[in-house]
Design a protein around this ligand. Structure first.
Ligand code: WTA
Length: 634
């Protein structure tokens, strides 16, 4: 088990050590794991090329660290609790022994479908236990999983499957989400029409609905598992062999295939999980994120299971069958640590006090948030009403690319301040730079958040596109990893994340690129151009505001056209990317080089009339026209 910090002076000591001697610091933590062969070199790095390798030459399998390492002491301990969408359906529990057996069986299924080390496996599943089993089965045989969030459209799936040339798809007949049924198999069938790399589709039976079937291509999960044994030796991998790809949004249209490797990710996800949440053996931990995003990968699956935790996964949504559902789950399973997003907190807060008022959750010790800045009001509500004034809140800042939490309080150890992610974890060296790349030293400064030294969980590349990796993270400021976020450091050295500085928006904690939404809008036959920006939204943190140029602006409110644009975006990407507001305009404010002045569009959306210098625009008059139209928009 990785070492746990338990006092503030302990944190300060560990932090100093991690900066003075990162090699010694991380190799000491890595010693807690089971390596088939120890590494030759702890760290090799260069942020200029850039290239990062951790524990090079080390041999291991991450599933041996989850299962074999714990089996003697945890065979009968519950590893995974699965809480279904409908509370009247029975929940399921898997002990470490049972989960191990399921993982080995499914590893054999993958092997029987000719999946080998290094092959890519696409997984498009709802929040069912088979999702965890499939990921770990891939890891068992050295295949690279690429989980695709089950809210994505056929088009978005196809883009991701093709980019990774996935050999196998794993999906389900359908999925439950609140009172909706998702037709996952239909969506996958549509997506796979254009994907030539996929050789078989393994289907979990969840909803029992009728689905189209292609013999010798579609296979039921349960039939396949019945054919195999449950003994499956682990493939022994190099520490730098890929573990998974996870697609996320960037500032250009195409999603980025963020690649994480085995050894470093293992060490980092486990260390941060244990410390941030102060997990102790026997605790019940519940992260309400979706495994389709990085939070679910690192803090439902890998981090907790590596530390021998009992991790709760939830199939449904916080408002079904009523807005008390999270609290019911916490009470039912005696949850000790609960981790969710600011959007979920704000939406539950908006449902009214009656759902939380008389709820007692004595088991709760730690509350966490992630994915977007949390406003002070939501922080206080979470602290006072959910945590009953007794649970520290860990406001965890990190990214798909960082693999694990970077800046966050350590629960009960680092004093919290509302809306501050607080201090860097040991091993993390944040720096703030101005737009010219000058480091802003000292306290009370504001600028662009970078990191100047590697940590084991850093993404190693973007799948098939190392140039884009360099461009996205290392080209802005020489020798530094740029996060894309703005940040403020206060007089106590505490960090407050201000949000994205680039063309990425965090909508309800989901990360979306404005360019991909614009591309989808521009597909509409009546649209000639569009610009999408984020604007402050009471519940979602950021809403999506689309300025749309049409050949013929509708003379009425244009509801019909708006709906058809929204439908198009759902079809191209996902319902989560649908614009909240659409404003039809004659033109967009542009510079002489043809660049859209988003700064002005952002100000208009915020009803802030200080547009700054508009003299460099080719069409300054358009600003007034847009402002007038925006005032009329509901
Ligand atoms: C934002 C999610 C403020 C940030 C783990 C980052 C946050 C992006 C916080 C990454 C936080 C994440 N406070 N902002 N505690 N946590 N963010 O890749 O803008 O889906 O760059 O990873 O979410 O989103 P991603």
């Amino acid at each position: 088990m990785v070492p746990k910090i338990s006092t503030l002076s302990g944190y300060l000591h560990e932090y100093q050590k991690s900066v003075a001697n990162p090699i010694g610091f991380w190799s000491n933590i890595a010693e807690s794991f089971h390596w088939r062969k120890k590494w030759d070199e702890v760290l090799k790095w260069d942020f200029n090329s850039p290239n990062v390798e951790w524990f090079k030459g080390g041999k291991l399998n991450i599933t041996e660290n989850i299962f074999e390492r714990h089996l003697f002491s945890r065979y009968d301990q519950v590893a995974l609790v699965w809480e279904p969408n409908d509370p009247s359906e029975k929940h399921r529990e898997y002990t470490y022994g049972e989960l191990f057996s399921e993982v080995k069986s499914f590893a054999n299924v993958l092997r029987s479908h000719a999946v080998r080390k290094g092959d890519r496996v696409a997984i498009y599943l709802p929040m069912v236990p088979e999702l965890v089993i499939a990921m770990l089965a891939c890891a068992r045989i050295g295949a690279i999983h690429s989980v695709i969030f089950a809210g994505f459209s056929a088009n978005a799936i196809a883009e991701r499957v093709e980019d990774a040339s996935a050999k196998i798809m794993i999906t389900s007949d359908g999925g439950y989400r609140g009172n909706k049924i998702l037709n996952l198999k239909d969506t996958v069938d549509e997506a796979l029409k254009s994907c030539t790399s996929v050789q078989s589709n393994i289907v979990v039976k969840r909803t029992n609905q009728d689905v189209a079937w292609k013999n010798d291509f579609d296979y039921w999960w349960h039939d396949e598992v019945d054919k195999v044994m449950d003994e499956a030796p682990a493939e022994i991998l190099d520490a730098e062999d890929p573990l998974f790809i996870l697609y996320t949004s960037g500032s250009t249209g195409k999603p980025k295939g963020v690649l994480h490797t085995t050894g470093g990710y293992m060490v980092y996800s486990a260390y941060t999980f244990k410390n941030v949440f102060q997990y102790s053996s026997g605790d019940i931990y519940f992260c309400a994120a979706d495994i389709g995003w990085i939070t679910g990968h690192s803090y439902i699956v890998y981090g907790p299971l590596l530390e021998g935790a009992t991790t709760v996964m939830f199939e449904g949504i916080p408002s079904f069958p009523n807005p008390g559902r999270y609290w019911d789950i916490i009470k039912k399973h005696d949850v000790n640590q609960f981790y969710t997003s600011p959007t979920a907190i704000r939406s539950l807060m908006a449902e009214g006090q009656q759902w939380i008022e008389d709820v007692e959750m004595p088991s709760l010790r730690v509350l966490g948030t992630v994915g977007e800045p949390i406003n002070e009001e939501a922080w206080h509500w979470y602290h006072d009403h959910v945590g009953g004034n007794k649970c520290p809140i860990v406001d965890t800042w990190w990214q798909t690319e960082t693999g694990g939490i970077m800046i966050s309080p350590i629960a009960g150890v680092i004093p919290t301040k509302p809306a501050f992610a607080s201090l860097p974890l040991p091993g993390i060296q944040p720096v703030i730079v101005d737009n010219e790349g000058n480091k802003l030293c000292g306290k009370s400064v504001e600028g662009n958040l970078c990191v100047q030294f590697p940590w084991p969980g850093i993404a190693r590349t973007l799948w098939g596109d190392h140039e884009r990796y360099i461009d996205s993270y290392f080209n802005q400021y020489k020798g530094l990893y740029f996060t894309g976020d703005g940040v403020k450091r206060d007089e106590d050295g505490y960090y407050r994340i201000l949000g994205r500085m680039d063309d990425v928006i965090n909508v309800s904690g989901h990360r979306l690129g404005t360019a991909e939404i614009e591309n989808a809008i521009n597909e509409h036959p009546l649209v000639s151009e569009s610009a999408v920006i984020g604007y402050p939204h009471e519940i979602k943190g950021k809403g999506i505001y689309a300025y749309v140029v049409c050949n013929d602006i509708p003379s009425d409110s244009g509801e019909e056209l708006k709906n058809s644009i929204r439908k198009g975006v759902s079809k191209m990407i996902s319902p989560i990317a649908r614009p909240d507001k659409i404003l039809f305009v004659q033109d967009l404010p542009k510079t002489r080089s043809g660049k859209i002045m988003r700064r002005i569009l952002r100000k208009i959306a915020e009803h802030n009339e200080d547009y700054g210098d508009t003299s460099t625009l080719t069409n300054p008059d358009i600003v007034n026209d847009i402002v007038k139209a925006a005032k009329l928009l509901k």
